[in-house]
Design a binder for this molecule. Sequence first.
Ligand code: SAH
Ligand code: SF4
Length: 366
Amino acid sequence: MSPAIGPAGSQGPANRIALLGQEPDGLRAVLGADLESWGEPGYRLAQLVRWIEEHRARSFDEMTDLPAGLRSRLADRFSLGEARAAFEARSEDGTIKHLWRLSDGIQVESVLIPTAHRVTLCLSSQAGCALGCRFCATGELGFTRQLSAAEIVEQFRNSDRISSEAFERPIGNVVYMGMGEPFANAGPVFESLTILHRGFGVGARRITVSTVGLVPGIRMLGERPEPFRLAVSLHAADSALRAELMPVERKYPLDELMEAVRDYQARKSRRVSFEYAMIAGLNDSVALARALVQRLEGIASYVNLIPYNPIPGRDWGPSPPDRIDAFVSVLEAGGVPTAVRTPRGRDIAAACGQLRLERALSGQTD
Ligand code: SAH
Ligand code: SF4
């Protein structure tokens, strides 16, 4: 169990302004106005912003070069995040998973995944998810509520501090692949992209948004000027099979989805990743690999094959290595760059929504 993270002591008034949810210009405007009305010298704003954006401060108390009176005034009016680490698990392979308890008690998870050269943070965009993909632990839990931009950014802020302590390096990549569907919470998610990129300095190419295939969201991401990366969860190149696995296929069928991906690519000239969970005997045949090659024709793509991570309540299993090899051979022969993603943190249920589901099923709520 890890110590509580966030400002110590009382929560203070509930209507404090959440600074982590402010885009960089708004942050400066909102802080600047109060500092000025309190008669603070002009350099205070830059000092404060540096604490938030560069030092990832979790409380005003940390800002030791500010007068104590000002710190308490700020703490009365503004919030730097309310989440507490309700649970922390460290895997044998280095992966660190957190369950964050938000101010209303709802829990969401994020995962830090160290590789040889960088640390990737996988964060949540919603509490639960309404899209009901049949292979997904988060889908199984259903939808609880949207996260605010501040609650999304706070996962990053807290995790970055932990990354620096545990791995001696800051977070290098951010992927929106935790709980929830980013484009079903588009407003706060797009705000959080701006804040992470322009406020906290994460390169746009180092941020990937993974979607189940919500076409309007793909179009919105395509309209952004920054080169954020797009990942699309495909899981089947055959529409009927995809509809069985993913109800969203009925709303945005593959033809329409792939058209949106093509338009995105025409605008951005960026390679698009496709996620494909390999479920034994279900979507892993050579014929389906051929269908996938066909679907991806003319798209600069990259396919991530993920051996399906079994979830409680389904008797599906991951595809065995020879099925995966045969699938990969077809994709490679078809000129589609492919990687088989090594499952990380299996011992701590680090896949999307899994820890939350396991704890819910076993009656552990915090
Ligand atoms: N809602 C978004 C992002 C969160 S899910 C999306 O669906 O893309 C992140 C990724 O994990 C998705 O590619 C999803 O399909 C995949 N995933 C979910 N459950 C899985 C499981 N049990 N095994 C393997 N991959 C899974
Ligand atoms: Fe939601 Fe993504 Fe899980 Fe589907 S895979 S239920 S969209 S979180």
